[in-house]
Design a protein around this ligand. Structure first.
Ligand code: SF4
Length: 437
C-alpha cells in the first residue's frame, strides 16, 4: 500500500488580541514554535512498525498549508491530531475520502472521543497504536476494515518499541528531533492531558533502544538537538545515572520535561549537564500554595514540594542547565494576586524561560469532568479552544474578562525584552560564577 502519515501541526490560538499582542513577544513564541515544529513521534513510530514493502511518506499540515499530498494517490492516510486542531483534521479526513483515499485516525483526542471521531473517517484506533498496528495494516490490505480498533486498557511494552522512521523527515525542516524514553507519570494532576490518559503505568524504554534511536538520529543529522518527548523523564534516577554517561559519548544537546525533584541531587545535575542537557521544562503550576493544594490528585505531591521550588531552581541553574518554569494562571484558588506572584517569583528565581498558560479542560481530564459537572464549562466540546491560551470556563475568583485581561497583561510583562534579558543575563553570570568557585 501507499501510506501517508499526516500530523496536524502548528500553534493555534483563538483569542485574537492575545495572538496579535503575544505573538510579537519573542519569549512567548520561542517555545510555541519549537512545539509546532516537532515531528509527530506517534506517527513516526507507526511508520517504523510498517513493513518495508509498503510505500511510506510523512507530512505535516499547518492550517491547510502544504496539503499537496491530496493529489497523490495514497491507499491509506493515517491522521494524528491534538484537540486544538481536531476540527481541521476532520476536514482533512473528509477531503482525503472525497479523493478516494481510506483514512484512519488515532491519538489521544480520538481515543477519548471515539464516537465523535468515528463519524469522520473509515476507522479509528483507540489507545496505544502499536498494539494493533499489524492487524490494522492487514485489514486495510485485505479491504476488511473495521470501524474501531480498540487497544484501550491494554499496555504496550516499550521493550518492543520499533525504531521510529526518522528517515521520512526532511532534516532541513526541524530544529529538534524527538525520542521517547518513557510513557506515563507517577503523579496525577487534575488538568493533565499527557500520556497518563493512555497508560496507567510509568513505562521506561530500555536504555539500548534509546541509544539506538540516538545513534540513528546522529546518522541523519549532524550534532542534533534532541527533545526527549516524555511527560516526566527522571522518575527512575538509577536508570538515568547509567544512561547519562552513554548519552554523553554521543555529544548531543538535549531538552526534556521533569518534575521539581530533578533538582534534589547535585551529582545528578552534574551528570545531566555533562551529558548535554541544556534545558529542563518543569511544571511548577503555581508559585503560591493556594493554587497548588489539591492539584495533584494522588498524594498532593505538588503542594508538598512547594518548599523546594526556589532552592531546586537555583541548584539546577547554577549547574548550567536552563529552566523553563511553567505556570497555570487562574487555578480555582487563584485570585488577582496571582499575576504579581508569578512575575515576582520569576524575578526572584531568574528562570531562563517562562511559560504561562490558562487552565484548559482537555477532553478526558479530571478537570474537564469537574467543570462540566458543575456547569462551569462555557462551551462544551469546543476543542479548538484547547490551545492553553483560550479561556473556556467560568473562573471562581475572577470574572472572565479579569482573568483573560490579567493573563494578557502578565504575558506582556513576562516576555518583555528587558525582563527576559535580565533573567537570562543573571543565569549566565550565576553559571560563570559557579564555575569559578
Ligand atoms: S506531573 Fe506533569 S505529566 Fe505528571 S501528571 Fe502532572 S501534569 Fe501530567
Amino acid at each position: 500500500m501507499k501510506i501517508a502519515f499526516v500530523a496536524m501541526s502548528g500553534v493555534r490560538v483563538q483569542d485574537e488580541d492575545l495572538l496579535r499582542e503575544g505573538l510579537t513577544l519573542p519569549g512567548f513564541v520561542e517555545r510555541s514554535e519549537v512545539i509546532a515544529s516537532l515531528p509527530s513521534l506517534g506517527l513516526l513510530t507507526l511508520a517504523g512498525l510498517t513493513p518495508g514493502y509498503h510505500e511510506k511518506a510523512y507530512f505535516e499540515v499547518k492550517q491547510f498549508e502544504g496539503i499537496d499530498f491530496l493529489s497523490a494517490d495514497f491507499d491509506l492516510v493515517v491522521i494524528s491530531s491534538f484537540s486544538a486542531q481536531i476540527f481541521e483534521a476532520y476536514d482533512l479526513a473528509k477531503a482525503c475520502r472525497i479523493q478516494g483515499m481510506k483514512v484512519i485516525m488515532g491519538g489521544l483526542h480520538v481515543s477519548l472521543n471515539p464516537h465523535e471521531a468515528m463519524n469522520h473517517c473509515d476507522a479509528i484506533c483507540l489507545g496505544e497504536g502499536e498494539i494493533l498496528w499489524a492487524q490494522i495494516l492487514g485489514d486495510f490490505e485485505k479491504d476488511e476494515v473495521k470501524k474501531v480498533y480498540d487497544a484501550s486498557g491494554q499496555e504496550y511494552c516499550l521493550q518492543n518499541s520499533p525504531m521510529p522512521a526518522y528517515e521520512l523527515l526532511d532534516p532541513s525542516f526541524y530544529n529538534r528531533l524527538t525520542i521517547q524514553t518513557s510513557r506515563g507519570c507517577p503523579h496525577s494532576c487534575e488538568f493533565c492531558a499527557g500520556s497518563i490518559l493512555l497508560t496507567s503505568k510509568y513505562k521506561q524504554k530500555p536504555a539500548e533502544k534509546i541509544l539506538a534511536e540516538l545513534d540513528r538520529i546522529c546518522e541523519l543529522w549532524d550534532r542534533p538537538f534532541i527533545e526527549f518527548a516524555d511527560d516526566n523523564s527522571f522518575v527512575n534516577k538509577k536508570f538515568w545515572r547509567e544512561l547519562l554517561p552513554e548519552i554523553q559519548k554521543r555529544n548531543i544537546r538535549w531538552f526534556t520535561e521533569a518534575d521539581i525533584a530533578v533538582g534534589d541531587d547535585e551529582d545528578f545535575l552534574d551528570l545531566l549537564f555533562q551529558s548535554g542537557c541544556k534545558e529542563l521544562l518543569i511544571g511548577l503550576e503555581s508559585p503560591v500554595l493556594n493554587g497548588l493544594d489539591g492539584i495533584e490528585l494522588r498524594n498532593n505531591w505538588k503542594a508538598k514540594r512547594i518548599e523546594t521550588y526556589k532552592e531546586n531552581l537555583l541548584r539546577i541553574q547554577q549547574k548550567g542547565i536552563r529552566v523553563n518554569a511553567c505556570f497555570i494562571i487562574g487555578l480555582d484558588s487563584h485570585d488577582e494576586r496571582i499575576f504579581d506572584a508569578v512575575y515576582d517569583f520569576c524575578d526572584e528565581c531568574n528562570v531562563y524561560d517562562v511559560q504561562v498558560t490558562l487552565p484548559t479542560p482537555f477532553p478526558g481530564t479530571e478537570l474537564y469532568k469537574r467543570l462540566k459537572k458543575s456547569g462551569r464549562l462555557l462551551e462544551d466540546q469546543a476543542w479548538d479552544k484547547c490551545t492553553l491560551f483560550d479561556l473556556n470556563f467560568e473562573p471562581i475568583h475572577f470574572t472572565y474578562d479579569e482573568l483573560r485581561d490579567g493573563f494578557r497583561g502578565l504575558v506582556k510583562r513576562l516576555y518583555a525584552k528587558e525582563f527576559t534579558n535580565k533573567r537570562r543575563e543573571h543565569f549566565k553570570r550565576q553559571w560563570k560564577l559557579a564555575r569559578t568557585v
